[in-house]
Design a protein around this ligand. Structure first.
Ligand code: 7TS
Length: 417
């Protein structure tokens, strides 16, 4: 396999690491090597402090109080929305809806758009790379309304079968639900080209960008999607924050997702009128402190630069991939080149179950995820029950890659394979 090691990262990783208090922890007497960033990311001081400031300086429920004090929280919350809109280049802040996570985002679209736009005989095209949260909602909706789901396969390098995708789109399609970046293999799909092709076939396009927005520049206008979802906790923000972006024309024509306070403009005994976008979709007291934390995370990511973060992660992949592949008995799944991939490396060690691998890694202080990664259709396609997955972020180092490789040797030694 030809993988060139990229030039030294242009990120000042030591300085970045100093912003993340948790990274100086030890595990079993060894330095913490946190390589489970696809599951969730660590949080910098700047995010923690932005959230503490709300509680210490101006906490009050948003969009409700008319007193000046409560307006401060509302203002910071709405600033966070503007920051998110800027990050993904949304044409309007009104198109950014705060939700708890990507899962809630997909369910919002499935409920509020899907129920009124998909009917018996309609076709939903999706891929075998989807996380369960961009698969199960569509599978269940299809069962409910009598629609069909077509699942596009990958090739042996973990890349989407474009020929098969084109064939499925040609058969007729109402919705294409596609992941931008695979959490199981790290594959990046050419979403811009695919969205154009899907639109030409008459589809509405939902993009699951949960593994993209944290790691690469994402521009919704350039991608040409109709809906895009992501989770804050994977991008330095707290759990409980996330977003759905949708085109105004679609969002305006959708029914609300949840009913209750804040999403209305007028309620009488006989009818209710909905609030304007985006608040029509934000019923009840939102996780406003989490959303404010997301705003601070966006500031942090933009200051470092997402293109540089992506380069840094590819540098780590180029370093670790050949080293893992050189170890007898190690099988790496997914793309073996640096094109169109992110810093997710999935592998197995022959003769050792991934859960045992992760347990031995833990003794070395190395945190990785072992399991199906909420990708059971993908695991079935790969012919394995599970993989071990290392996933990198801006604060990871080549020394941590060495610790990962060392942990593989340690596991092999324990199991005598
Ligand atoms: N979509 C993708 C591509 C994901 O990777 C995940 C979470 C989700 C959606 C759902 O995100 P949530 O925040 O709503 O849970 N992925 C993973 C993972 O790979 N390991 O743990 C969570």
């Amino acid at each position: 396999m030809a993988v060139t090691t990229r030039a030294e990262s242009r990120l000042d990783v030591a300085r970045i690491r100093a912003d993340f208090p948790v990274l100086s922890q030890t595990v079993r007497g060894k330095p913490l090597v946190y390589l489970d960033n696809a599951a969730t990311s660590q949080k910098p001081r700047q995010v923690i402090e932005a959230m503490s400031r709300v509680f210490e300086e101006h906490n009050a429920n948003i969009h409700r109080g008319v007193y000046e004090f409560s307006e401060r929280t509302t203002a910071v919350f709405e600033e966070a929305r503007a920051k998110v809109a800027g990050l993904i280049n949304a044409p309007s802040e009104r198109e950014v809806i705060f939700v708890r996570n990507a899962t809630e985002g997909v369910n919002l679209v499935a409920y509020a758009w899907g129920r009124d736009n998909l009917k018996r005989g309609d076709r939903i095209v999706t891929t075998v790379l989807e996380h369960h949260s961009d698969f199960v909602p569509w599978q269940q909706l299809a069962m409910e309304v009598g629609a069909e789901v077509a699942v596009v396969d990958i090739d042996d390098d973990g890349r989407l079968r474009r020929d098969q995708l084109s064939a499925e789109l040609r058969k007729g399609v109402k919705l294409l639900a596609i992941t931008h970046t695979s959490n199981g293999l790290g594959t990046v799909n050419p979403v811009k080209e695919i969205a154009a092709e899907a639109h030409a076939a008459g589809a509405t396009v939902l993009v699951d960008a949960a593994q993209a927005v944290p790691h690469t520049p994402v521009d919704v206008q350039d991608l040409g999607a109709d809906f895009l979802v992501f989770s804050g906790h994977k991008m330095l923000a707290p759990p409980g924050s996330g977003g759905v972006w949708g085109r105004t024309a679609l969002l305006e024509n959708m029914r609300p997702f949840l009913y209750g306070g804040d999403m209305i403009s007028r309620v009488t005994i006989s009818l209710t009128e909905w609030n304007e976008l985006p608040w029509k979709f934000e019923a009840g007291t939102s996780s406003y402190v989490d959303a404010i934390g997301l705003g601070a995370a966006v500031d942090y990511l933009q200051e470092v630069g997402l293109a540089r973060i992506h380069e840094h992660e590819l540098g780590l992949v180029s370093y670790v991939l050949p080293r893992l592949q050189d170890i007898p008995g190690v099988t790496v799944y997914g793309p073996k080149t640096l094109e169109d991939r992110v810093g997710v490396v999935s592998f197995n060690i022959e003769g050792i179950h991934p859960h045992d691998v992760a347990t031995i890694f833990d003794r070395e202080g190395v945190c990785v995820r072992a399991g199906h990664h909420c990708n059971q259709p993908l695991m079935t396609r790969l012919g394995v029950p599970a993989t071990t997955r290392a996933s990198f972020y801006l604060y990871n180092t080549t020394e941590e890659c060495d610790a990962l490789v060392g942990a593989v040797h340690a596991a092999k030694k324990v199991f005598g394979v």
